[in-house]
Design a protein around this ligand. Structure first.
Ligand code: SAM
Ligand code: SF4
Length: 355
C-alpha cells in the first residue's frame, strides 16, 4: 500500500500513527483540559494562592471553529488515504468530543474501507455512545477508549463539570457487549483530586475486564493552570497499585508504545501507565496529529501548525500533498521541553489538538 519510502523525520523516527481530531467542540469541561467551571476555579485557586498567583475566573471567550473550517468527511478520507500511502497504519479519531460530530459513523466507515488501515480506534468521553454504538460498530470501528477519571459521582462532577457518570459506566459496558476489543479506559491522575481513586479504578478494570490507562497531567489545559506539583508521577501511580495488586509486567508490543503495561495476576485486566512528563518517550514517538481544522501537528507541544487544509483546498494533487506532508514530518520536534526554562505551552489546548 505504501508508495515508496517510509514517512520519517530528521531524527530517524518512522511515523505509524495518525490521530485525527474531528471537532474542537466538547460538552464536558474537564478540569485538566477545559477548566472553565467554578469547581475548577476553586481547585486551582487553592493551589495558586501560596505563590500569590490568581486563577482567572473570567469566563473564557471561546470561539468554536465554524463548520466550514472543519475538514469534511471526504477530505478526512482523502487525507487518510494519502497518509496510508506513506506507511501510516493506525488511525485514532478524537477531539474535542468526536461523538458530537453528526457524520462520525460516515467518517469511520470511509476510513475503515481504506486498504492498509490496520487499526481504527476512537477516544470519547462516552456521554452519547449508546446512541451511536451499533452504527459505529457496523461502520467498522474495532477499538474504543473512554475517559473516566473518577468512580465517585461528586468527584466525577467536579472533574468533568457534568453528571454523566452512570451513563459513561453504562456505555463502557455496552462497548464490551457489542464486541469492541479492547475497551480502554483513560484516567488522568491529578494530585489531591483523584489520586485516591487509582486503586478503585484498577479494581473497576479488573471486575469489568477492561484495560485501564493512567495518564500524567500535561500542560495542555486551556487556562494554562497546569502546575508540576499537580502531576502524579507514573512511578508513584505504579507504587500505589503495587501495594494492592500483584502486577506482572507485560512485554512491550512495539518500540513506539507509550504505556508501560502490566497485568493484574489472575485476571484479564491490563493496566498501563503513560508518563509523558516524568518519563518522556519522545525518542520513539511515531505519532502525527491532524486538528479538526486541518492543521498538522508533529508534536502535542508543537508551536506551529502547518496548514494541510489550505494546500488541499487550493487544489493540490495527492502526490503534491504527500510530498508536502513528508517535508512537514521531516521537521518533527526532537522532544518536548516540559519543566525546562524554555518550555512554551502551545496556543491551543488538548481539546483542540486531539489527545
Ligand atoms: N473528548 C474525548 C475524551 O475526553 O476522551 C476525546 C478528546 S480528549 C482531549 C483525549 C484524551 O486526552 C482524554 O483521554 C483526556 O483524558 C486526555 N487529556 C486531556 N487533557 C489532558 C491533559 N492536560 N493531560 C493529560 N491528558 C489529557
Ligand atoms: Fe474532557 Fe475530552 Fe472534552 Fe477535553 S475534550 S473537556 S478531555 S471530554
Amino acid at each position: 500500500m505504501s508508495n515508496g519510502a517510509p514517512l520519517v523525520d530528521s531524527y530517524g523516527r518512522t511515523m505509524g500513527d495518525l490521530r485525527i481530531s474531528l471537532t474542537d467542540r466538547c460538552n464536558f469541561r474537564c478540569l485538566y483540559c477545559l477548566p472553565e467551571t467554578e469547581a475548577a476555579a476553586n481547585f486551582y485557586q487553592q493551589r495558586f494562592a501560596p505563590a500569590g498567583r490568581k486563577f482567572s475566573t473570567e469566563p473564557i471567550q471561546r470561539q468554536w471553529q465554524p463548520r466550514t473550517a472543519l475538514l469534511s468527511y471526504e477530505e478526512i478520507a482523502r487525507i487518510v488515504r494519502i497518509f496510508v500511502g506513506l506507511g501510516i497504519r493506525k488511525i485514532r479519531l478524537t477531539g474535542g468530543e468526536p461523538l458530537l460530530r453528526r457524520d462520525v459513523e460516515l467518517i469511520v466507515q470511509r476510513i475503515a474501507e481504506i486498504p492498509g488501515v490496520e487499526d481504527l480506534a476512537l477516544t470519547t468521553n462516552g456521554f452519547n455512545f449508546h446512541e451511536k454504538a451499533d452504527a459505529l460498530r457496523a461502520a467498522g470501528l474495532t477499538r474504543i477508549s473512554f475517559s473516566l477519571d473518577s468512580l465517585d459521582r461528586a468527584n466525577f462532577r467536579k472533574i468533568t463539570g457534568t453528571d454523566y457518570l452512570e451513563t459513561v459506566l453504562h456505555n463502557i459496558r455496552l462497548a464490551k457487549s457489542i464486541g469492541l476489543r479492547p475497551v480502554k479506559v483513560n484516567a488522568v491522575i491529578i494530585r489531591e483530586l483523584n489520586e485516591h481513586e487509582i486503586v478503585p479504578l484498577a479494581e473497576f478494570a479488573r471486575t469489568e475486564g477492561v484495560s485501564m490507562r493512567f495518564i500524567e497531567f500535561m500542560p495542555l489545559d486551556s487556562a494554562r493552570a497546569w502546575l508540576k506539583e499537580l502531576v502524579m508521577p507514573g512511578r508513584e501511580i505504579l507504587a500505589t497499585l503495587q501495594k494492592h495488586f500483584d502486577l506482572q509486567a507485560a512485554p512491550a508490543r512495539d518500540a513506539a508504545e507509550t504505556a508501560q503495561r502490566w497485568r493484574i495476576a489472575g485476571s484479564d485486566a491490563e493496566i498501563g501507565i503513560i508518563a509523558p512528563v516524568t518519563e518522556p518517550f519522545c525518542g520513539h514517538c511515531n505519532r502525527i496529529r491532524l486538528t479538526s481544522d486541518g492543521k498538522v501537528r508533529t508534536c502535542l507541544f508543537s508551536l506551529n501548525e502547518p496548514d494541510l487544509k489550505k494546500e488541499l483546498r487550493a487544489g493540490a494533487t495527492d502526490e503534491r500533498l504527500a510530498a508536502w506532508i513528508r517535508g512537514i514530518v521531516w521537521q518533527k520536534e526532537e522532544r518536548h521541553h516540559i519543566g525546562e526554562q524554555d518550555f512554551q505551552q502551545p496556543e491551543r489546548s488538548m481539546s483542540c489538538i486531539g489527545g
